[in-house]
Design a protein around this ligand. Structure first.
Ligand code: AMP
Ligand code: MG
Length: 467
């Protein structure tokens, strides 16, 4: 018995320059660890047999209609251009148009070597697979655009990092895997034909109302503006905002050394390899602009006379910081109950954040306590008076705040503990965390422990890229 998936593939119809056809490498003893039945329902996948699901979502068995391939892309990694990356440990199985009418990629991650693996083993271990499963699903529940997790399968094989670790495969679902780097690879090669084809494809698939390369650039910018402001508003730090990890449709993608902040600190960094703090929390807007500039640079190369669009492209990119700033202000205003944001609300927000930073307050719990009590003992009286005056005419301030200030976020130390348990064979913490994070804005009295910031011994200082 196999699993039936209603594939309807378009990327596989593009010219062969865009990918290499590549089957997943079989694994010894696949075992289904987690399955997202709600997402499967939207994707019109109804099989429930865990053995059959494990066969398919480990890559051991290809469902009818799958056309596995590894996508080609390039990328700026920590500012340095790598002219060729590509899916080094992932294969796209194909696409499904969901019940919601949206086309999505189904991709196996950790499915073995591909022509783009370089020195890598093409595999993933259980820790990052469960981390991505939990954090991407939490992101979705928070209402932030993101790739999603359909399945996690243990391979029964050992993956070697610093030590031997249990292997796993994640099935990732995304509106697409088109990245800034997907455009860069053809620009770097001077392959304008492929650039044009890709631009047309991206417009049709994601932004049918937009026109031409500059229309695409503007649409990607607007999607990224919303995404970055959303990240900031929940204290999320992506950690590796390389151009190959920057989805053009504006979904959060590639959960490596990412984390939600506990204590608010604008220069907080998690990735152990980000020594310069390039991808620190407060740098994310600048980096998104930098990444968009790389997309602009790639896109203009498809014009016969690129110099004629430089001005327009520059304008589109230069407008981005202001747009992020405005959207961020709107998000933070909403966090303190303001719906009709005004310019001078910025100082109210800034003073609150400054105090949180000085007093080393927990980002998530401080905002939530404001909306639960409409006053928070940790916040200076003077600020609270100003704030109360400001929201006096906001009838639904508290309800509004409860809708945007989560009770639960996937805290880094909780994830680490969940992974440790899973490696020891205990999936209960993973299942409990997943369940609680489905309703992040609701009080859940049985889960008070998951709200607590880490103690000094629990605190995770850095997340290693060793994925
Ligand atoms: P990432 O930092 O996860 O975005 O990965 C950057 C590049 O390295 C991508 O081309 C990945 O496919 C590739 N890569 C990461 N880990 C591995 C691995 N274990 N084996 C092969 N390629 C990998
Ligand atoms: Mg990546």
């Amino acid at each position: 018995m196999t699993v039936s998936i209603p594939f309807d593939n378009t990327f596989a119809r593009l010219p062969s320059a865009f990918y290499t056809r590549q089957a997943p490498q079989p694994v010894t003893t696949p075992h289904l660890l987690a399955y997202n039945a709600e997402l499967a329902g939207n994707l019109k996948i109804s099989d429930r047999d865990p053995v059959a699901l494990a066969e398919v979502f480990s890559g051991n068995q290809m469902p009818v209609g799958a056309e596995p391939l590894a996508q080609l892309y390039a990328g700026h990694q920590f500012g340095h251009f790598n002219p060729q990356l590509g899916d080094g440990r992932a294969v796209l199985l194909g696409e499904v148009v969901g019940r919601d009418g949206i086309r999505r990629d189904l991709q196996l991650k950790g499915s073995g070597r591909t022509p783009y693996s370089r020195n890598g083993d093409g595999r993933a271990w259980l820790g990052p697979v469960l981390r991505e499963y939990v954090v991407s699903e939490a992101m979705h529940a928070l209402g932030i655009p993101t790739t999603r997790a359909l399945a996690a399968v243990a391979t029964g094989e050992t993956v070697w990092r610093e030590t031997g670790l249990p292997g796993a495969v994640l099935t990732r679902v995304a509106q697409s895997h088109l990245r800034v780097g997907t455009f860069q690879v053809f620009a770097a090669r001077g392959d304008t034909e492929s650039l044009k084809t890709l631009t047309e494809y991206a417009l049709q698939r994601h932004f049918p109302a937009a026109q031409g390369p500059m229309g695409l650039l503007r649409a990607v910018r607007d999607a990224q503006v919303d995404l970055i402001a959303s990240w900031l508003s929940v204290g999320f730090i992506h950690g590796v905002m390389n151009t190959d990890n920057s989805s053009i449709v504006g979904e959060t993608i590639d959960y490596g050394p990412c984390a939600f902040m506990d204590v608010y600190h604008p220069q907080r960094v998690f990735s152990s390899i980000d020594q310069m703090g390039r991808y620190a929390y407060a740098n994310q807007p600048d980096i998104a602009v930098w990444n968009l500039a790389q997309l602009a640079t790639a896109l203009i190369q498809q014009y016969d006379a690129p110099e004629t669009v430089v001005e327009e492209a520059t304008e589109i990119v230069h407008a981005m910081p202001g747009l992020i700033q405005a959207r961020r202000r709107q998000c933070f205003a909403a966090k303190i109950g303001i719906s009709n944001v005004q310019d001078n609300d910025e100082s109210l927000i800034r003073d609150l954040l400054q105090h949180m930073s000085d007093a080393k307050l927990d980002f998530t719990n401080t905002f939530r306590s404001l909306c639960d009590n409409a006053q928070c003992p940790d916040i200076p009286h003077a600020w609270q008076e100003r704030w109360h005056r400001r929201i006096a005419n906001e009838p639904d301030a508290i309800q509004g705040m409860q809708r945007v200030n989560p009770v639960f976020i996937p805290r880094n130390h909780v994830i680490e503990e969940m992974i440790t348990a899973a490696v020891a064979g205990d999936l209960r913490p993973f299942e409990r965390l997943s369940q609680v994070l489905k309703a992040p804005f609701e009080e859940q009295p049985d889960a008070e422990d998951l709200r607590q910031p880490p103690t000094s011994t629990q605190e995770v200082k850095a997340t290693f890229c060793g994925t």
